[in-house]
Ligand binder design. Structure first.
Ligand SMILES: [Zn+2]
Length: 400
């Protein structure tokens, strides 16, 4: 059975991988036995446009976190380079308008202000979109970016010469409506910056922590490139900024035409089939992991996770290894003494790694922070504890 594609609309999405039904990762439990709402997580690929996508979208209302202290941190290292490119494209700042969609765009706006682009705006959740829930964020914004609503905001705020849209496209449910909405915010001839995570290496390495209920699209450079064409944009440049786990894909495109259906490229079509081998390796990966962790428990001692975020949830819940883990170490005060969704594992201060004589601690935080965390937990290693990583791309991966 084929499903309608979120990008091209063709009834051509074939589901390939189902990692089961699990609770939303931001719903930390305050009691271990609290009831939970599960959502089904499955991926398919469109045989028409090549886009890998969720085949069972979680309604955005189910994704609004029950806490207001959850903030997504996006990579920033490449933004100085992008700001230089944008400055060269825009020329004299005089009279130029810089627009932005969400809080994730603020640091890019700041970089342009420092270059003299002082005429800026960013869409306000309450005033411009009518959002009153303080915990609501991009899961709600993506739904409200429609052609009609953005046409109104484009007139109110002034269409931008440069519009920044970082790390939200991969959350979008109705891609044509969203991109056409963005087009309404940009002047004819104006430039759009789109940024998304690159799934290439996770697909290749078979890392299942890539899957997240908040993401609707799992893009690669090939399937990302055509998306702005929906808004009448033509790519000026697209760059891959290398990062561990997920590269950042940045496209700068110019509004040269009218909105319309996505212009599917031959390169994107060639991606068809990429999801199949990823899906085929899932069950063997779960078995391999279980065997490894059982051996550690038998021969060395108890196992803990380190970092109670959505990546830890993905690892322990999708791979089905909660029964082999004792607890999750995390030094974020708001998370401590709550329980990890799905796995129902207690979240405790990292000092417990020593106190509970943990043998293996599996790092579940950004690969670029692994060194820092290890340096801060010298006592654990002195006691004989070992740090490994849940990520395939890490040099200390548990799968190696
Ligand atoms: Zn498609």
């Amino acid at each position: 059975m084929s499903i309608a594609c979120l990008v091209c609309g063709a009834e051509a999405v074939e589901e390939k991988l189902d990692v089961g039904s699990h609770p939303v990762a931001s719903f930390y439990l305050t009691q271990k036995d609290e009831p939970e709402n599960n959502v089904r997580l499955a991926l398919g690929q469109c045989t028409n446009c090549g886009t890998i996508q969720s085949t069972d979208l979680v309604p955005h209302s189910a994704l609004v976190p029950p806490y207001d202290w959850i903030v997504a941190m996006e990579p920033e290292e490449h933004l100085d380079t992008v700001a230089d490119q944008v400055e060269a494209l825009l020329g004299d700042p005089e009279g130029k308008v810089v627009g932005a969609l969400t809080y994730k765009d603020d640091t890019m706006v700041d970089r342009l202000v420092r270059k003299g682009f002082e005429n800026t705006w960013r869409i306000k959740l309450d005033e411009d979109l009518g959002i009153s829930d303080p915990s609501a964020s991009n899961e709600t914004v993506q739904k409200l970016v429609t052609k009609k609503r953005m046409a109104g905001l484009g007139s109110k705020l002034g269409q931008a010469d440069f519009l920044i849209v970082r790390h939200i496209l991969e959350h979008v449910e109705d891609v044509p409506e969203f991109v056409m909405g963005l087009s309404e915010l940009v002047k004819p001839g104006g430039i759009l910056m789109l940024e998304v995570p690159d799934c290439t290496s996770n697909l290749k390495l078979a890392d299942y922590c890539m899957i997240w209920e908040e993401h609707s699209l799992y893009l690669t450079p090939e399937t990302f490139a055509p998306l702005s064409s929906i808004g009448g944009f033509e790519s000026i440049r697209q760059d891959v900024y290398e990062r561990p786990f997920e590269n950042s894909l940045v496209q700068l495109s110019r509004k040269t035409g009218e909105p319309g259906p996505v212009k599917i490229s031959a390169d994107a079509k060639k991606q068809v089939g990429a999801l199949t081998s990823y899906a085929d390796r899932f069950e063997p990966a779960c078995k391999e992991l279980r065997t490894k962790l059982e051996k550690v428990r038998d021969e060395q001692g108890p196992i803990a996770l380190f970092g109670a975020g959505h990546l830890a949830c993905a690892f322990v819940n999708f791979m089905g290894v909660a029964d082999l883990i004792d607890f999750v170490a995390d030094d974020t005060p708001q998370k401590q003494y709550k329980f990890l969704p799905g796995a129902r594992l207690p979240i405790l201060p990292s000092s417990e790694l020593v106190d509970k004589k943990i043998a293996l601690s599996l790092l579940c935080l950004s690969i670029s922070n692994e060194e820092k965390v290890i340096a801060r937990n010298q006592d654990f290693e002195k006691q004989g504890g070992v740090f490994r990583s849940i990520f395939r791309e890490s040099s200390r991966s548990i799968f190696d």
